[in-house]
Design a binder for this molecule. Structure first.
Ligand code: SF4
Length: 730
């Protein structure tokens, strides 16, 4: 291949390496899209450490979407009932800066909000934090990761003292028992799943347990599928803990030397005898016992989870309760073991490193920590006290702020909340009330563009250079390899230009994204996510996994069994990847991980006689989020042409519903219509709808018209996974 470029897939958090080649230089017949337009050829990068050349349909077809429905120049209007008119960048930026200054002086900085995205590159995230949290003095930056990973973030912080998934993909091939809960990995993280599945097929002693109310393709591949009732995850996990305690399958050495608060936890799990737990979860007693046996008999246990755990009003409690099982069995910090959150978006991890949520700051720092704020103020050349000590508004709080008038300026970038937020009718009504909304995206139209006063064209992946971090902490350089479309600019360039126009010339004096990256990595020095040793020059050679401190780049690599002098841990296989906590010491005040003691609270909106079914939502193999890209790729459209509702034959019969019938689903907030798929893949009492279709693609079939915003009190993540509904024939 000539002139090919190595980069990272811009879709999901698996972070597969891609190799792209321009149409005329691929050495084969020119690659064309369905309309005959020459497009870049994409294939998996065999040298990428995370994916070794594998890609799924999304990665393989990404180049087909790059030129379709692009936003090419800035547009503006005075009110939402007017049409947009094309304007120059100067006019648009002048308007934005004037509005920012007006709101800042009339309502205060806390009336300014930005809602960003895991599609940002780390450089975009970082400059947005510096602008909002540093220069403007408001922590009101939140990202769509709030809807995706924030419960994992708060779970890790509370249990281990810091964010950061401790595991790596190599663990998929070194585990004895994989415990998958709330994740349809086969469809949503297919390349991760393929690695795990291959390992299980090769080693029949390796067990795979899948916990999910749906019999997904992931569950089909499992040795044990626990189709628990929605909202009973904590009961199940505490029930497994109860059995492990009863059978003496716990690691008392690890508990004594490396953790605290075990007695509190042990007191809680006394209340979860297996008979009670099996009944509550809606599974058989022998299934529960088998799950506990698989976990207890395995030397190395790897748990994987994603939205099924995180998108819950008790998301943090669920994550911590899962981590408890690893703490009580000492299954973490060594190959094949540990709790491993699978990130949804391509760079939600980079966003967390750069401080891209309303309660965190760059370098895994916390807004509430005065020392962390002071460190950043000094590094950013700001006055002491410039960074607000108050965590900012979460994504849903911004919607509430629009309702009350507390938000006077909303800047939305690279995300589509008019499809992805819960309670869409309320979300859309609030967006309509916004006094001033800037919408920055690569594509047009989108559902959210309808609520904007100013629209800015963003250069997307492939048209700008930056870095992204995948779920296993591997940082990959994504170079610009094609022309920018129209007048589009990189997100970080737009934020920096606004910063300079606001008077912060020194803070935003960057020649290019490499300069932004150089500054950012210095802020990670001495932190869990230390990447001071990572430079663009090195990344041009190969992706790099953090931690990667300048002085000791090999930290976390390899594995030693000297963790406990009295430990009887078996010698582990050699390893190339890095893990966190291999010395079984944690970044807490006393170096110990913390047990959490939670009783299950169940669903925020349980079913009742009026709304007797539980609706759960999820993703499909081919589509990505709100279809801004995948909706325009014929192969994926053919794969998933329309939304649908899965219903169990028993429920369907009760309601007189047959395969293919159109049904109306109602919740307390709204209604939507779908063709029914009658299938035993979904548990009785539960129905499933995919979340990808917004009003532009399928009017009246929006999953989030039904969902509610009740959120986890610790993470602020809404319970998008479950709400009470009624279903009837149309
Ligand atoms: Fe892209 Fe995720 Fe598919 Fe890999 S698994 S090719 S990162 S969408």
């Amino acid at each position: 291949m000539t002139n090919s470029t190595k980069t990272l897939c811009p879709y999901c958090g698996v972070g597969c390496g891609l190799e792209v080649t321009p149409p005329a230089q691929s050495g084969k017949a020119t690659h064309r899209d369905s309309e005959g337009t020459p497009i870049w050829r994409v294939r998996g990068d065999r040298d990428h450490p995370s994916s070794q050349g594998k890609v799924c349909v999304k990665g393989a077809t990404v180049s087909e979407s790059l030129d379709k429905n692009r936003l090419k120049y800035p547009m503006m209007r005075d009110s939402l009932d007017q049409p947009f008119r094309r304007v120059s960048w100067d006019e648009a930026l002048d308007r934005i800066v004037l509005q920012l200054q007006t709101v800042r002086f009339t309502q205060g900085p806390e009336a300014i909000c930005m809602y960003g995205s895991g599609q940002f590159q780390t450089e975009d995230y970082y400059i947005a934090q510096k602008l909002l949290k540093g220069c403007l003095g408001t922590n009101n930056f939140d990202a769509n990761s709030r809807l995706c990973m924030s419960s994992a973030v708060s779970g890790y912080i509370q249990s281990f003292g810091s964010d950061g998934p401790p595991c790596c993909y190599e663990d998929l091939e070194q585990t004895d028992c994989a415990f998958l809960i709330g994740t349809n990995t086969a469809e949503c993280h297919p390349i991760v799943f393929n690695r795990l599945h291959k390992h299980c097929k090769k080693n029949r002693k390796v067990k795979m347990i899948v916990v999910d109310p749906r019999r997904t393709s992931t569950a089909e591949a499992a040795d044990l599928h626990l189709a628990i009732r929605p909202g009973t995850d904590i009961d199940l996990l505490n029930g497994i803990a109860h059995l492990l305690m009863r059978w003496g399958k716990i690691n008392t050495l690890f508990i004594d030397d490396c953790t605290r608060d075990f007695p509190l936890y042990a007191d809680i799990i006394r209340h979860y005898p297996p008979e009670l737990v099996a009944r509550k979860c809606g599974i058989r007693l022998d299934e529960l016992e088998k799950a506990a046996r698989y976990w207890g008999d395995a030397e190395r246990v790897l748990s994987l989870w994603s939205m099924g755990m995180n998108q819950s009003s008790e998301g943090t409690a669920k994550v911590r309760t899962l981590i408890n099982l690893h703490l009580m069995t000492g299954t973490l910090g060594r190959p094949g073991s540990g709790p491993f959150s699978l990130t949804g978006q391509p760079n939600a991890m980079g966003g967390r490193e750069a401080g891209g949520l309303a309660h965190i700051l760059p370098g895994y720092r916390l807004v509430k920590n005065p020392q962390h704020r002071a460190e950043l103020e000094q590094l950013w050349g700001l006055n002491p006290g410039q960074i607000s000590p108050e965590p900012g508004l979460t994504a849903w709080d911004m919607i509430l702020g629009l309702e009350t008038g507390a938000v006077g300026f909303l800047w939305i970038a690279a995300t589509n909340p008019a499809v992805s937020m819960p309670d869409l009718e309320r979300t859309k009504a609030a967006l309509k009330q916004s006094p001033f909304t800037v919408y920055q995206d690569a594509y047009y139209p989108t559902e959210t563009a309808a609520y904007a006063h100013v629209i800015l064209p963003a250069a997307q992946w492939s048209e700008k250079t930056g870095t992204m971090t995948n779920s296993e902490r591997v940082v990959t350089l994504c170079p610009q390899f094609r022309h920018r479309v129209g007048e589009s600019r990189a997100d970080w360039e737009i934020f920096a230009e606004v910063g300079r126009r606001l008077g912060f010339r020194e803070q935003f004096d960057f020649a290019d994204s490499a300069a932004v990256h150089r500054e950012f990595v210095q802020l990670t020095r001495g932190r869990v996510c230390d990447m001071t040793g990572i430079t663009y020059e090195q990344l041009q050679e190969a992706p790099i996994q953090w931690p990667h401190p300048e002085e000791n780049p090999d930290v976390g690599a390899g594995f030693t069994d000297k963790v406990l002098p009295t430990s009887n841990v078996t010698k582990s296989a050699p390893t190339n990847s890095k893990r966190l906590y291999t010395d079984w010491r944690f970044p807490t005040a006393d170096g110990r991980a913390k047990f959490a003691a939670y009783h299950s609270r169940g669903l925020a909106e349980p079913p009742d006689p009026n709304y007797p079914l539980v609706l759960t939502t999820g993703r499909l193999y081919g589509h990505w989020h709100t279809q801004t890209r995948t909706g325009r790729i014929p192969k994926i459209q053919q794969m998933h042409p329309q939304p649908f509702l899965e219903i169990h034959p028993r429920d369907a019969q009760k309601l007189g519903i047959e395969e293919g019938n159109w049904v109306e689903v109602r919740s307390r907030r709204g209604k939507s219509r779908f063709p029914a798929q009658v299938t035993k893949a979904i548990a009785p009492g539960t129905v499933f709808v995919p979340m990808h279709w917004g009003a532009l693609w399928a009017a009246n079939s929006e999953a989030n018209a039904l969902t509610h915003p009740e959120s986890c009190p610790d993470s602020g993540q809404p319970e998008l996974k479950a709400c009470a509904v009624q279903v009837s024939l149309v």
